[in-house]
Design a protein around this ligand. Structure first.
Ligand code: NDP
Length: 315
């Protein structure tokens, strides 16, 4: 990979050191090209084309964007996709009935329920009713449990995407200190488990931080690999990061921006401009973890279509 040097955009920075951008856009495009080739082979041999379905409840702007990007990515690689839109006031029972239909539909290999759900619906109940073998988001307790035991399972898409980024950039993780900020069930908690596993991308000593952690910067400053998923824009500042650290910024926050045609800009959890010069590697936002999440979901769907989920994991 080419080292990037701060130039045009970051000309104001005094410490011009080499760092490598963990380019999720580029890596996800490479993986999509690989998937596309595989789909062509499946088509040629008369095999089953993977089919991903997404359930979108209500019309939250960010959820709408994420789901559209997942559907578009399916089209790009040649998967079949279905988007089921349901009204925000749908009852929990009616949503569960839709999930049962998806569980039983042999055409659909894997499906996701886009989160967050309206407050009157229990996310746990919904997730627990998805058939584990179709749970390509990897949120079902069976998949989380299997992953935790280092058994083959669907790895949740965002952590899966982070592992793939680290792997493709050949970042050594063994014996490193990995600090994860945020302990959500979809990002922080699973990535902390994965980074600690006895696996090629793993073998870290992991510290998991959250909102009750005292003196957060004491821990972040000790991180060889810092994974940040807390949802607070530009929260991680330069003084919190060790020189030469690998920084993975999962955060996505929309901030109002009059200069953008969309009326908003996407900001990560890391103050990129001041943190990047200290890093050996860093993900940009957008274009880092986000595209890796989408492509990892497609890979999980391919595993589902090939009934490969309980064969050994790539990691
Ligand atoms: P959650 O809101 O579910 O969890 C946030 C976590 O951050 C919690 O564990 C919380 O601690 C912790 N936290 C909050 N404030 C602090 C603080 N001041 N210091 C330390 N820890 C703190 O977030 P998600 O994991 O769902 O999402 C995190 C971010 O990642 C969001 O911006 C989201 O949009 C983005 N995201 C991006 C994806 C991608 O593909 N790039 C995919 C999924 C999410 P506590 O548990 O104590 O409350």
């Amino acid at each position: 990979m080419n080292a990037l040097y701060f130039s045009a955009n970051f000309a104001n920075l005094e410490n011009k050191i080499a760092m490598i951008l963990l380019d999720g856009k580029k890596i996800s495009a490479e993986i999509k090209a690989e998937l596309k080739k595989e789909i062509e082979k499946i088509k040629a041999s008369g095999g089953k084309i993977p089919h991903l379905a997404a359930i979108l409840v209500g019309n939250d702007g960010a959820s709408e964007t994420y789901v559209k990007s997942k559907v578009k990515s399916c089209q790009e690689v040649g998967f079949h996709s279905t988007l089921l839109r349901l009204k925000a006031d749908i009852s929990e029972a009616a949503l569960l009935a839709e999930i049962q239909k998806m569980n039983q539909n042999p055409e659909i290999d894997g499906f996701i329920v886009q989160l967050p759900l309206p407050k009157h619906i229990s996310e746990n109940k919904i997730i627990e009713n998805i058939a584990p073998e179709k749970d390509v988001d990897g949120f079902h307790p069976i998949n989380i449990g299997r992953m935790t035991k280092n058994l083959p399972a669907y790895i949740p898409a965002t952590p899966f995407g982070i592992l793939q980024l680290l792997e493709r950039y050949q970042i050594e993780t063994t014996s490193k200190h990995c600090v994860v900020v945020g302990r959500s069930h979809i990002v922080g908690s699973p990535i902390s488990i994965l980074m600690a596993r006895n696996a090629p991308i793993g073998n870290c000593t992991v510290t998991l931080c959250h909102s009750k952690t005292k003196d957060l910067s004491y821990f972040t400053q000790k991180a060889d690999i810092l994974i940040v998923a807390l949802g607070k824009p530009e929260f991680i500042e330069a003084y919190m990061v060790k020189d030469g650290a690998v920084v993975v910024d999962v955060g996505i926050t929309r901030l109002p921006d009059e200069n953008s045609a969309k009326g908003y800009k996407i900001v990560g959890d890391v103050k990129f401009e001041e943190v990047a010069p200290k890093c050996s590697y860093i993900t940009p936002v957008p274009g880092g973890v986000g595209p890796m999440t989408v492509v990892s979901l497609l890979q999980n769907t391919l595993f589902a279509a090939k009934k490969q989920v309980y064969l050994p994991n790539p990691f």
